[in-house]
Ligand binder design. Sequence first.
Ligand code: NDP
Length: 298
Amino acid sequence: MTASIIDGKAYAAGLRERVAREVATLKAEKGLTPGLAVVLVGDDPASQVYVRSKTRQVTEAGMAGFDHKLPGDVPEADVLALVARLNADPAVHGILVQLPLPSHIASSRVIAAIDPAKDVDGLSATNAGRLVQSTGGALDFSVACTPLGCLMLLKDSLGALAGADAVVVGRSVLVGKPMAQLLVREDCTVTVAHSRSRDLPALCRRADILVAAAGRAEMIKGDWIKPGATVIDVGITRITKPDGKQRLIGDVEFEAARMSARAITPVPGGVGPMTIACLLHNTLQAARRSVGLGPAAI
Ligand code: NDP
């Protein structure tokens, strides 16, 4: 079997279009423009590229963008004061603080300061707890963007997920844990693997759905993939080739895995584009909730 490619780039483009249509409707019918504030501290080049991309996509979706760039040595108290101002600003429906923050700032304190209603990254304890407690139906709170994007791709590729054996490799707060919770919510039987797991190949071989989020280039070999499995590769490792060019590598040995899987996301062009699209999705839904509307079914 040669796996079909799950085209995250195309799905993300479609999602952004649907978000833009909903934004236009919200403006026309309620006079409401969803607003996203992005806080960037310091001058980490990767974060700057990412924030520029966010800013462009926010504008293209018809939303209002509020970018706040702070110097790398800004005191934590100033970041917290900015978050408090954004919490109080009715034009701002989503707040995203770009991580990682410089080491003198406790990201846990900054995330905890964001109003959960505006926490469009879904990283606050309140929203993470809501995910754990929710048992199904439409999500009426923000869920971390990357796992939400993975779930959208899985549902698009597979339809119903109920009863599937799902293995998530990685247990971070950003990806692995919320991914596992989302899959439990979809009635999958979920195993969470991590660096202390015994016999990772055997765990992976059980998976009808395999989500790889370890950040270890090509760690997951082709013969770890169950025939017919659906593989979502979240991992991104940047390598420099002998010719000096940069290349992104996923956690899964792509070409070998394609021989067994039924469908697989490429790197790049799989999960990556979904993250910002889901950020726009979360901001739209947060704006709708702010005026008492339920989630748009997009
Ligand atoms: P973290 O480093 O926070 O977590 C990695 C997880 O993988 C940990 O739980 C770790 O286990 C586990 N792990 C590491 N090595 C192994 C191993 N050898 N065997 C089994 N498990 C292992 O990373 P993130 O969750 O933030 O990100 C994961 C990857 O996804 C990265 O490559 C990142 O760049 C990418 N990413 C991509 C995004 C996108 O938009 N496509 C967005 C976010 C992340 P333990 O807990 O035991 O240490």
